[in-house]
Design a binder for this molecule. Sequence first.
Ligand code: NDP
Length: 445
Amino acid sequence: MEKNVEIFIEKIIEKNPGEKEFHQAVREVAECVVPFIEKNPRYKKAKILERIAEPERIVMFRVPWLDDNGEIQINRGYRIQMNSAIGPYKGGLRFHPSVNLSILKFLAFEQVFKNSLTTLPMGGGKGGSNFDPKGKSDNEVMKFCQSFMSELYRHIGPDTDVPAGDIGVGGREIGFLFGQYRKICNKFTGILTGKALNWGGSLIRPEATGYGAVYFAEEMLKTRNSSIKGKTCTVSGSGNVAQYTIEKLNHLGAKAVTLSDSSGMIYDPDGIDEKKLAYVMELKNIKRGRIQEYSEKYGVEYVSNKRPWHIPCDIAFPSATQNEISKEDAKKLVDNGCICVSEGANMPTVPEGVDIFLDANILYGLGKAANAGGVATSGLEMSQNSLKLTWTREEVDERLHNIMRSIHSACIKYGKDGKCVNYVKGANIAGFVKVADAMIDQGLV
Ligand code: NDP
């Protein structure tokens, strides 16, 4: 079996040279899915995995814009339309200086399986730019977004491809992008999700990824007769996902003790309560400041250039970026007694770290299952846009909760291993089967 995985991966590397994040994401899926395909020859004959690993379409484009000094800046824009067998392409836009083809292809590939798991009809895509919104004025961000959409608009549509936010793309950016689309196309349609409430957004969408990661942790803990209540949790990042993870942890009686950004981390042993979280939201979403300021305000420890994984915890919620938990970090977490990891971020744990979690038999909820609540609620936003209706907060939250429960059940269906559940195997195979069957039904396209 392993030999078949290696043969498959070698071909991927040869075809996609230098794209190490993409290789990593495909390998993780192949390690679970190739043995499954060996037992299900119809998938092998149709070369489904080979087809899924090849994007349906990639668009790359120039994004020129004028900065506040009147100087011309040039960024690169991307949209990866990975797979539309079960619905229109769906997946976020990332604006970050590290963005390149490899990172967006890994994210788009993951998105295909994640979206399939949500039970909603959404294909997988991802896009973005190497533009860095940090340190830019609102005017510069608007100019950039307008230029970006001036090209992207011709590739998206409510039944074609519906982007959303990701790192560096929050409510402000979605607003500027939507405004430009509306102006160019003279149409008010649901071509983006994560919109504000007064122009087509859904209640609970901002909260959904963080809440979903906590709901998923709760489901995992139930399998061991445990719960979130009373647990000490470490959280990385301090953006959208981290903020709402902490909000839900507070609702459920847990204590979140860390936050981080790309400059460093804070450790607040008393817990980041509702009041402190409101301060973080203001600091990060409005003032666009650094997490170091939290340590100054509340007199707690700040460590620069460090992630929070050395801090003892019961549950870890990586919520910043890919490969943020190294092999050593994973070992430290396990040695310090961590019993559960629920990934709000995409692919935050390096493969050797994943092996450590699986070997230690802790509850390990990989990103494509644990953070699927975000895109699921984007799917609910699309449904509300189509119906021209608005559901209540309770209604959307209940649907989100049910979707997270059903993703957990799908992981159990395909990942049960004796008394334990291998969520990596479960999520990858469950996500694969739905897309694979749809591709076979639709012929060679
Ligand atoms: P935000 O931009 O709101 O926040 C990102 C946070 O992570 C910031 O605190 C940022 O710090 C930090 N960060 C980003 N890059 C790095 C890095 N290279 N090293 C250290 N810290 C970093 O993004 P989101 O909260 O939306 O996204 C966080 C993660 O969750 C991403 O992996 C994203 O793909 C994933 N995700 C998001 C979803 C969503 O609905 N938003 C849905 C599913 C997954 P700084 O401010 O210094 O840059």
